[in-house]
Design a protein around this ligand. Structure first.
Ligand code: NAD
Length: 485
């Protein structure tokens, strides 16, 4: 087990390969959600700091700069070096993440290794970015080139701070872009740690910049900045809409959005009951329910419904909630008071609207932001808990009768990020997977993500895809060159 007393070395803004104070001198606290103590005071960036960071990123991107002059193999070597360093410092990074976020240390370790894997995957792309030659009627030679889009602004949430950083840094750096990241205000320190590693890896000054701060100030300044060519945002639908507006009001920067979800997991009556209960349990309770594609609507076939609810209750009662540095812990606290209060509010609404509280529903202890694994049965599609993203450890179990019925109900939402189906009937599985309006569908497992496959949402769950070749394309422009022969 790593020591929670890990040294916090990096608390300032990272601009031009230096850690600097904010121009205003302001600071804010990163809070440990386990006991509400301050992990560290962090420099608070706002518009003036964002301007400074974007200027550094713009300079680093200028033609003839050190970064622009690197060969693809050299960019690849830098990305691989960064991945090596992330792995070498995995315990420090994971410890800081757990201190700020509250997720079990074992999960933070897996996340950090996953981030290194994503960086390595994109290191492999650097020398494979190429255009095409295209036949023409008049015999002229037409070819395309792929070029980096420019300064990329990136805004991330707190729930998976390091893997989501890698989703953005990997393709941006492989493409040859430069970066200004505004990490979530709840988890700035683990992001700053990786910033320090980019310097150690040898990235030239200005290629990577990190500005901790708040959304409406630093985040909005980045989204509105005229010198930012592309913005990659992961967070709520509400803020995603603001990012789109800011792009329209400024320089029409390219926008990709990874937003929220209300993902259905459908369980047919032919499954192995214990396995299905366990998969559905993990699909909603992992990361304290704070996952964009958390399976927050569990649809269970009527024939097995009662038994499924009973067994889910038994499992929830066994779930170990507590100190995230204890290796036996399965669930830490919610990340902060606001998210904790919000989840408890939804639980009250669930009770009022007539859902049956099977287990949980209360906070755990009287310090920190822990919530009991909570299950509601007899949930109907109209209830608020079946419609809105709770982002907490709350499982809503709904009953269904037929494939046609459950497809219609699964799709009756503004979201479309994740969906799952558990069945031994291949026809049902494929029919469901094809009919559900969702960017990611899992059959007989839930939530697996691989760096080489695109990830993203339908409808209001987002625009564009991260990961895979599509994730890289977000950071590239296509130039068509036509030559009269
Ligand atoms: P949030 O939208 O409140 O914040 C996300 C980021 O946006 C933070 O860095 C925040 O500071 C910044 N921000 C806030 N207001 C802003 C503004 N006006 N302008 C610019 N930036 C601003 O979301 P959150 O509560 O931190 O995260 C939870 C949400 O993120 C959930 O809806 C979840 O589903 C979603 N999420 C989606 C994915 C995905 O890949 N689709 C992954 C993780 C989380």
């Amino acid at each position: 087990m790593a020591s929670p007393n890990v040294e916090i070395k990096y608390t300032k803004l990272f601009i031009n390969n230096e850690f600097v104070d904010s121009l205003s001198g302001k600071k804010f606290a990163s809070i440990n959600p386990v006991d509400e103590t301050v992990v560290a005071e962090v420099a608070e960036g706002d518009k003036a700091d964002v301007d400074k960071a974007v200027a550094a990123a713009k300079k680093a991107f200028a033609r003839g700069s050190e970064w622009r002059s690197l060969q693809p193999a050299q960019r690849s070597a830098l990305l691989n070096k960064l991945a090596d360093l992330v792995e070498r410092h995995v315990k420090e990074i994971a410890s800081i993440m757990t201190l700020e976020n509250g997720k079990p240390f074992t999960h933070a370790m897996i996340e950090t290794y996953g981030a290194a894997g994503v960086l390595r995957y994109y290191a492999g792309w650097c020398d494979k970015i190429h255009g095409q030659t295209i036949p023409t009627d008049d015999g002229s030679l037409v070819m395309t080139r792929k070029e980096p889009v420019g300064v990329s602004g990136q805004i991330t949430p707190w729930n998976y701070p390091i893997i989501l950083l890698a989703f953005k840094w990997g393709p941006a750096l492989a493409a040859g872009c430069t970066i200004v990241l505004k990490p979530a205000e709840q988890t700035p320190l683990c992001n700053l740690y990786i910033a320090a590693l980019t310097k150690e890896a040898g990235f030239p000054p200005g290629v990577v910049n990190v500005i901790p701060g708040f959304g409406p100030t630093a985040g909005a300044a980045l989204a509105e900045h005229p010198d930012v060519a592309k913005i990659a945002f992961t967070g709520s639908v509400e803020v995603g809409k603001l990012i789109m507006k800011a792009s329209g009001n400024s320089n029409l920067k390219r926008v990709t959005l990874e937003l929220g979800g209300k993902s259905p997991l459908v369980i047919f009556d032919d499954v192995n009951m214990d396995e299905a209960v366990k998969k559905a349990h993990e699909a909603i309770f992992k990361n304290s329910g704070q996952i964009c594609f958390a399976a927050s609507r569990t649809y269970v076939h009527s024939k097995i419904y009662d038994e499924f609810v009973e067994k889910s209750k038994d499992l929830a009662l066994k779930r170990k909630v507590g100190n995230p540095f204890d290796p036996a812990t399965e669930q830490g606290p919610q990340v902060e008071k606001e998210i904790f209060d919000r989840a408890l509010r939804f639980i009250e609404i669930g009770k009022k609207e007539g859902a049956k509280l099977v287990t949980g529903g209360e906070r755990v202890g009287n310090k920190g932001f822990f919530i009991q694994p909570t299950i509601f049965a007899d949930v109907t599609d109209e209830m608020t808990i079946a419609r809105e993203e709770i982002f907490g450890p709350v499982q809503s179990i709904l009953k269904f009768e037929s494939l046609e019925d459950v497809i219609k109900r699964a799709n009756d939402t503004n979201y479309g990020l994740g969906a799952g189906v558990l069945t031994n009937d291949i026809n049902k599985a494929i029919k469901f997977a094809q009919a559900v309006d969702s960017g990611n569908v899992w059959v007989n497992h839930y939530g697996a993500i691989t760096p080489s496959a695109p990830f993203g949402g339908y409808k209001q769950s987002g625009i564009g895809r991260e990961l895979g070749a599509e994730g890289l394309d977000n950071y590239l422009e296509t130039k068509t060159i036509s030559i009269k022969l």
